[in-house]
Design a protein around this ligand. Sequence first.
Ligand code: SF4
Ligand code: SF4
Length: 665
Amino acid sequence: MYLTIKPFLVLLCMAGAFSYFFYKTKALIDLMRAAPGGVIIDRIPERTFMFLREVIWQSSVRRNKPIVGIAHTLIFWGFLVITVGTLEMMVEGIFHGLTISSLSPTVHGWYVFISDFAAIGVLGGVAFGFYRRLVIKPDYLTNGLDAKLILVFTATLMISLYGYNMFRIPLEPDAFINSYFILSTPLAAMFGLNGASSSLAFAGTEFFYWVHLSMVLGFLVYIPNSKHLHVLSAAPNIFFKRLGPEKAFEKTDFEDESLEQYGIANSTQLPWGMVLDLYACTECGRCEEQCPAAMTGKPLSPKKIIHDLKVDLLSHSKTIREKGDLGAIPGFVQNEGEISPDVIWSCTTCRACEVSCPVGIEQISPIIESRRNLVQMEAAFPAELQTVFKNLENNFTPWAFPADSRADWCQELGVKQMSEHRGAEVLYYVGCAGSFDDRAKKVATAIVKLLKMASIDFAILGKEEKCNGDPARRAGNEYLAQMLIQENVETLNKYQPKTILAACPHCFNTLRNEYPAFGAQYHVVHHSQFLRELVDSGQIPLNNKSDERITYHDSCYLGRWNGEYDAPRALLKSAGVKLDEVERRRTKGLCCGAGGARMFMEETIGKRVNIERTEELTAKKTKTVAANCPFCTTMITDGLKDANQQDDVVVKDIAEILLEATGKG
Ligand code: SF4
Ligand code: SF4
């Protein structure tokens, strides 16, 4: 009787669970399809390789967190294997006796052999998950009932699989595959089931069959409503994520007269890629752990903003999908809301969040899009930026210096300008800091001396140079940024330089990664890279090497935005100095607090980011801190002053350290 109705029961349960799953999943897909923008499927081989590496091989999960990553990898791989057996159980529940053995007993044997191992791997991963959530309890981890429940689900799923297998062995003692149960067989013996009666074996098999099936179907029902939606969305999110040039910001087309909205104000305007990002978040907190804003007490947490955007989006799901009253959907930035203006303006665009995210989420994009809306649609931005925008418009620099004094810093140095030396091999793009800031001018002077020492044929733009657009763009004033970019592009295209040398990572990043979208694609190098080549080729002789112990600060825009960590270190080593590295370095390097136009804003909430970073650097007790960015130099110098250590520790640019090593500094 039971065996007669079992197929119908199995079918009924599966139909219910799958229908609900598809209903909920379809709503999520419809919501994504209603989002603006189209799917970009370019560079398929590159995307496929990335998918294999980050999803199948799980490399991004193990990055920076090997133990957590191994636990997740065991669960992921185990699930891949066990899902085949689960499907087999479903089919066999409906068509009794139809198993993989019906196709090939040997394949079936090897499959159960592997799945027996896979299940213990999953249990190991789950055990570590429990240990982490119940004992270690890291602050950055969302440690709610949701996460623990899923661990219980998973453990029950694996235990029920072993239970099912253990009772199957006495039920069919002569079955071909029994010898392949490498773990279930000893387990059955351990529990004394080898001699179990056939009725007990049958009852046990069926009991665990239903436990297993209930868990699987329960999982299906649970996934679309929980943070475990990432099980479905993380893989496509990684496959479809934007590829280089490394994370250039989306360009607004101001020529498009139909455009009524600049930036993003509410969830109806989130493009599909961002919607997929929201679905993919696992709430692992790796981004929050690395975020300088979150760790210094600002209201911004990249994990939370992604979560809050998802909650906001899902709360308007029906209206968006059914194209209801979209105009009634409020903006997600609200003064007293979860996403307040302070959340949006706290970001330094350091990219620590994006680099640490295992599922390829771009946390900076919604922040920048939101700034664009606040600045361009609502004129709501920190008061300090008003002056910066005005200076950029009038003086082409964030500061109140006249544009025609841009080349004054090098009057005594005999530096040529492109207008008088059009064919120069190298265009040295000095940047606003190098041109106007007294401290950065010394670095620019050191670079000029080094270039001359190496007999490099170079020139600067002088008065023709304008701010590269970085601060305006990151502050959300895309219109102003594009105005500056267009004017620079015109100048660059007039001279067509073979190489552009930038001593500021913000200039370097913008010229290298963002200018191509505006029609200026040039070979752009940071001074650490260029000087390294000159040292390696012997063009800069180092006759005065120092063996001083120093520490080094990675800038975000050279490091995480452009992946250059080695050139500055190699240069410092060439100069003879001994590097005493801080804990947070390279991909985990802590921001100085100046990026994302934060350099020009007051920092009134929480601890100042530059102080947090300076404390870490000075804990090394070196007399020198090396930097590669004028903004970092300023921020760390300010941090030293704040700690009254300005007489004990000095911040030097790598170019200055190199010049000293030549003996002609
Ligand atoms: S870019 Fe940096 S400051 Fe901004 S959210 Fe990410 S980690 Fe935080
Ligand atoms: S955004 Fe990425 S790193 Fe941050 S919590 Fe979500 S999955 Fe983790």
